[in-house]
Design a protein around this ligand. Sequence first.
Ligand code: ADP
Length: 482
Amino acid sequence: MSADIFEYAPAPESRAIVKLNSEYGLFINGKWVPPQSKKKFFSINPATEEVLARVSQGNQADVDKAVKAARAAYNKVWSKTKPKERAKYLFRIARLLQERAREFAVLESLDNGKPIRETRDVDVPLSAAHFFYHAGWADKLEYAGYGDNPKPYGVVAQIIPWNFPLLMLAWKVAPALATGNTVVLKPAETTPLTALLFAEICQQAELPAGVVNVVTGDGATGAALVNHGDIDKVAFTGSTEVGKLIASSIADRGIPATLELGGKGANIVFDDAPIDEAVEGIINGIFFNQGHVCCAGSRLLLQESIVDDFLTKLQSRMAKIRVGDPLDKNTDLGAINSAAQLSKIKELSESGTKEGANVWSAPCSLPNKGFWYPPTIFTGVTQAHRIAREEIFGPVLSVLTFRTPQEAMEKANNTPYGLSAGIWTEKGSKILWAAQQLKAGVIWANTFNKFDPASPFGGYKESGWGREGGRHGLAAYIKGAK
Ligand code: ADP
């Protein structure tokens, strides 16, 4: 070790606060019930491959039971509960999430592999913020511009991914409950544990039985839920591939869907940008949450005159990213969520090299067990390369260049997706011009990955339908609202 390297001492967060059951049932009608399938699967810690718990595989009969519970709760209780009473439950849930924040943060890091610094500072506080925000709306919907008597759909099927398990649950459950819908939620198969802890929060908050039901399982469970004949709406976050399947399976049934799908966000750095700030923003845009972010800035578009200087600074910053134990408070980049995701990242990265781009990975030692990938960039990327077009969903950045602002806009928009973009320049007029040209649902200027429950989120084209968050997000849960 050279004397000028400042080493951090290990700062592990204790996992003692998390009390895991060895097995979990399904949460239906306010109770824990064994799955009718009698099948279980393991949820593992992707940083160590240790088994955390055995979780139930819900089948069609289980889904049916959950939908029936949600329907009965809607008809008998929730549709008759006064809006200000609904608000109280949402407030209570928000407060309980805050009270048990550390427990949720540690559990999320264990089950997902993301650093505790992120679960502690982002996932959990933002999840609580979504419940607080929507608690505020519950009794003010008449003033939201959706007419005098805004009505919920009824029973909502919600399917969420593994990259932000608790936060995606909050994005879905909070607006659904605030507007008076009941829910059947299917968490992702690799990260079900915080949704199961959330079920305990529902019990603790004394939420009426059946208002929230959690059915764990894989894609087949999700398909059984989407295809159930008695759901009134679908809300899905996940891959574009599954989003298309869902869209076609509900197409002839006249039920609406909100789909939050993939992205290939462009982070555009103009030659007049504050370079050091932009480097930090690019790092955050692609390496936050191991790049498992649908709105990640996974394409860096650099103006040609600054390429060499920028890449030198970027690489030296990447070399300082600390990769390792997600429960260590100094860790920047944790584990890849699953073996399957790791092999997808590897396959796409190999295609980058084969197609002629130049790869560079930050020097770092990766743990022997678990699923890991180093912070990586590809330079010399052209628009035809797969790594410029397909979502890698990992800590891999593709660098392209441009000469004129117009060329930057054309390259940024040359994608089937349209979820996010970033603009880095000192000039306000250039920001406004570029924001108008870019076909992306969320555009950040001189910052990246900033989220707030009041701000709607969603995409164009293959990035999905509808918005989540803010007043626009409420519309997705109100009959006839736009
Ligand atoms: P990823 O490829 O990133 O894992 P997916 O879109 O496959 O993302 O998964 C997102 C969520 O959708 C998960 O909860 C998963 O179980 C669920 N899912 C997968 N296939 C289907 C399907 N055919 N119908 C409904 N849900 C599905």
